[in-house]
Design a binder for this molecule. Structure first.
Ligand SMILES: Cc1cc2nc3c(=O)[nH]c(=O)nc-3n(C[C@H](O)[C@H](O)[C@H](O)COP(=O)(O)OP(=O)(O)OC[C@H]3O[C@@H](n4cnc5c(N)ncnc54)[C@H](O)[C@@H]3O)c2cc1C
Ligand code: FES
Length: 285
């Protein structure tokens, strides 16, 4: 008969990162870089899966770790992409590394977007600034499973054209006829051929059937303030408005309490919350 210790021994340590190699470093805009990683363990790398909206804890050996949203889509196997903004200790140390260097990654953590519930519905993806990082995972997931969703609309706002993340990719997507990809900047330059104005201005460009649509929103607090107001005015149900929210996190696995808000741990109950959750936990946004 197996002893309880057998299970303990076989259960992977949730705090132990896996070694991953930096495969590619792609500067996107100032102080925002896309890092592509591959786990050293090839079998683990092939099998590694996650949901759009989940995050990992990225560690730089000898420095520390921090939570970063997964920016790639689980439909594209064998690698993991993280879009990282230079902020402090860990991210600065990451920026010192080169292709082929090793980091530690543990996860995936968090709930992710409820993609199964979103099937056979329209998707309205709304991102502001770095919020495009987790939204890109959901966007590519939807494009790779295009027949599972009805209309797909992306609204993305950045401060100026030089701040538009994944611009080349989005330019390509903009020419597809199975998605409406609307890009706007607060301040345009002469080469900009997208929209000008805040992201909520883009609502004028689309006709939405709120009852048949899930909205996924990610951006700085100001984006939530105005976008949520607009979505409610359009008649969206509070359960069909999904938001990716960041909080200070440490363990990522519901143990340390750093990310608690009321009775929720944002690392396990989030980072994706419905507007309904946000109404019941006012400090969420
Ligand atoms: C679920 C989740 C997903 C995230 N996804 C991404 C991502 O895709 N790309 C990315 O670049 N960053 C992301 N972050 C933010 C990232 O974890 C922080 O910027 C982190 O502090 C960077 O670590 P550091 O050691 O470089 O900076 P630190 O030395 O820890 O801190 C730098 C500064 O950022 C502040 N800070 C720390 N955590 C946060 C936070 N959560 N929100 C706002 N300010 C914070 C600190 O107070 C300090 O002023 C995410 C955070 C969470 C919780
Ligand atoms: S980060 Fe430790 S409980 Fe959420």
């Amino acid at each position: 008969m197996p002893s309880p210790y057998d299970t303990l021994i076989r259960t992977p340590n949730p705090y132990q990162p896996r070694s991953a190699r930096i495969v590619r470093i792609t500067p996107l805009v100032k102080d925002n870089v896309l890092f592509q990683f591959r786990f050293e363990d090839e079998e683990f790398s092939r099998e590694f899966s996650y949901k759009p909206g989940q995050f990992v804890e990225l560690s730089i050996f000898g420095v520390g770790e921090c939570p970063i949203s997964i920016s790639s889509s689980p439909t594209r196997k064998g690698f993991l992409e993280l879009c990282v903004r230079r902020a402090g200790r860990v991210t600065n140390a990451l920026y010192q590394l080169k292709e082929n260097d090793l980091v530690g990654i543990r996860g995936p953590y968090g709930n992710g977007f409820p993609v199964a519930a979103m099937e056979n519905k329209n998707l309205l993806l709304i991102a502001g600034g770095l919020g495009m990082a987790p939204i890109r995972s959901l966007l590519n997931y939807a494009l790779d499973n295009r027949s599972d969703f009805h209309d797909v609309i992306l609204m993305y706002g950045a401060r100026d054209p030089g701040e538009v993340l994944f611009r080349n990719e989005l330019e390509t997507i903009r020419h597809r006829d199975d998605i409406k990809c609307l890009l706007t900047v607060d301040e345009a330059s002469s080469e900009w051929d997208g929209y000008t104005g805040v992201v909520t201005e883009l609502f004028k460009e689309v006709k939405l059937d709120a009852a048949a649509t899930y909205a996924a929103v990610c951006g700085p607090p100001i984006v939530y303030k105005f976008v949520l107001k607009e979505l409610l005015a359009q008649g969206f149900s509070k359960n069909h408005i999904l938001m990716s929210l960041e909080r200070k996190m440490k363990c990522g696995v519901g143990k340390c309490g750093h990310c608690s808000i009321g009775y929720k741990y944002t690392c396990i109950d989030g980072p994706i919350f419905t507007y309904w959750d946000a109404m019941n936990l006012r400090e969420l946004i």
